[in-house]
Design a protein around this ligand. Structure first.
Ligand code: ATP
Length: 500
């Protein structure tokens, strides 16, 4: 600040003197205005403002305990951080320091949180930025920004009297993508080269130990130079959370919310397979909003369940059903799915609804018993039959199908293709490249036809039962799996007697 005032004072003094001796200041004033104009423009374009987009957190108050689940990534990260914390020992032993840790995984799974917790754990200054912040059309700007980033990290640590600084770069694939692939590749390559130079310059002998943590959803796009030993040689995979992790995340995000004593977060965790941490945070948030909308003082299980539906399918649309005919068709369709699901996997229906949300006019929610990484042929067959049952139910009980099954068919075809490509079809083990397209198509069709026939057989003769469920569904909009099973056991027996 002082420097600035002295400079302004000197300029003012010189100008006054020139005026006093009768010098014409017009050219100087024009030149000054032009310079100022150029300065403002370049600031706007970020040319001079090289470090503006970085978020610096000097004293991070965030720990691994603030992250739900993710035990394996946490453990791996802690192990790597020991090298940073015990850097003098690492130096004495002649061990190469860890310079970069790469966190890979789908969006919203907690990579940024892990990087923050790493800074808290190792008592480091935390600077976070994103790969896209380095990309400019002007050659050299990105490289300059990389230099500034490392410099700033060291400076901030010194100011804070800390010995460590963690630089977090999100979307590293933008900055560290394979070289030579971009149209303005000179600028991209220069920026990446600068990052590699800075990483090579990191050592344990300085007063501030630096660690680079980067995150990406697309590790396949990264340049191999960035992944070689001595650079980002530690990779930590951060996947979608499993059931226990989901429960832990939900519990964390409900800590500051008034939860009803009967609310069962374990049930919500069991039915949210494939949700990321960000989705689960959203479920807790939406549930609180729903409770507030109903002027309730606590979040109940119904709110949590409704929030899950909202996160999966979108906002409820109230006036989509203009006519009773469509409502009836949707109810028949969904009941078809539910009947087959319950027949093939007893206890699998969690809820049936004809409320439209997002793009879905109705849907059946299934209970998720356990997560699977392998599927047998019969398990895939069952999945396909459940998907086909909606359209077949319309065909059998309403006389014709509608366009409402397009999404079901698409999913069913994907599963059929999986059967063929994994060697589970009548063709046995095949190579997709060598199999003629026509042959592939015929085998897929054959499987679909066969499963359609099987599904039809299960549905046939169940009209009274189906209509009973449809009536309840139309009047109540949704029925729980338990209610559905009650109707089945009450009316199913009559049906069996009738068809016998
Ligand atoms: P992206 O790849 O899109 O940058 P990310 O993996 O970095 O995503 P984060 O930004 O770390 O994801 O997480 C987003 C939000 O999701 C967090 O602010 C938090 O609310 C929630 N979240 C994700 N994972 C967890 C977790 N394990 N525990 C608690 N909250 C979580």
């Amino acid at each position: 600040m002082k420097k600035k005032e002295i400079t302004i004072g000197i300029i003012f003094g010189v100008l006054s003197y020139l005026l006093y001796i009768g010098y014409d200041l017009t050219p100087l004033v024009i030149l000054g205005l032009l310079g100022y104009f150029l300065y403002v423009i370049s600031r706007k374009r970020g040319l001079l403002n090289l470090a503006n987009h970085q978020k610096v957190i000097e004293n991070i108050n965030f720990s691994f305990e603030d992250i739900g689940g993710l035990d394996t990534p946490k453990q791996e990260l802690k192990e790597a951080l020991e090298f940073l914390i015990k850097s003098s020992l690492v130096y004495k032993m002649g061990i190469r320091p860890i310079k970069g840790i790469l966190l890979t995984g789908p969006p919203g799974t907690g990579k940024t949180l892990l990087a923050k917790a790493a800074a808290g754990y190792s008592d480091a200054v935390f600077i976070s930025t994103s790969g896209s912040e380095f990309i400019e059309m002007y050659a050299g700007v990105g490289a300059q920004r990389v230099r500034n980033l490392f410099q700033k990290a060291r400076e901030m640590a010194r100011i804070q009297k800390k010995h460590r600084a963690i630089i977090f770069i999100d979307e590293i694939e933008v900055l560290g993508g394979k070289r030579g692939n971009n149209t303005s590749h000179l600028e991209y390559d220069q920026t990446l080269n600068q990052l590699l130079v800075e990483m090579d310059g990191m050592s344990t002998e300085t007063d501030v130990q630096l660690l680079l943590i980067a995150a990406t959803n697309r590790p396949d796009l990264l340049d191999s130079a960035i992944l070689r030993p001595g650079r980002f040689d530690r990779q930590v995979k951060v996947d979608f959370p499993d059931k226990e992790s989901r429960l832990a995340i939900l519990q964390l995000h409900c800590l500051n919310k008034p939860l009803d004593k009967n609310a069962d977060l374990a049930e919500i965790a069991a039915t949210t397979y494939g949700f990321s941490g960000a989705h689960l945070e959203n479920v807790a948030n939406e549930a609180a909003i729903l409770a507030l909308r109903e002027k309730g003082s606590v979040i109940k299980q119904v709110h949590l369940r409704e929030a899950v539906d909202k996160v999966i399918l979108g906002e409820k649309l109230s006036d989509r059903f203009k006519n009773a005919e469509t409502l009836h068709r949707v109810a028949v369709h969904e009941t078809g799915h539910a009947l087959i699901s319950e027949t093939l996997n007893p206890g699998s229906v969690d809820q049936i609804t004809v409320t439209s949300r997002g793009n879905a006019l109705g849907y059946v929610r299934h209970t998720q018993k356990e997560e699977q990484s392998l599927y047998t042929k019969s398990a895939l067959d069952k999945e396909i039959m459940i998907l086909l049952a909606g359209a077949l139910s319309e065909e059998l009980f309403l006389g014709e199908r509608s366009t409402g099954a397009a999404n079901d068919f698409q999913q069913a075809m994907e599963l059929v293709q999986q059967i063929v490509s994994t060697g589970l079809s009548r063709l046995g083990v095949i190579s997709l490249e060598l199999l003629p397209e026509k042959e592939f198509y015929y085998v897929c069709q054959e499987i679909i036809r066969e499963l359609e026939n099987q599904t039809r057989k299960v549905l046939q003769g169940k009209d009274i039962l189906l209509l009973r469920v449809v009536e309840v569904l139309k009047s109540k909009e949704k029925i729980s799996g338990r209610e559905f099973r009650q109707i089945l056991s009450k009316h199913g027996n009559h049906e069996e007697t009738r068809t016998a």
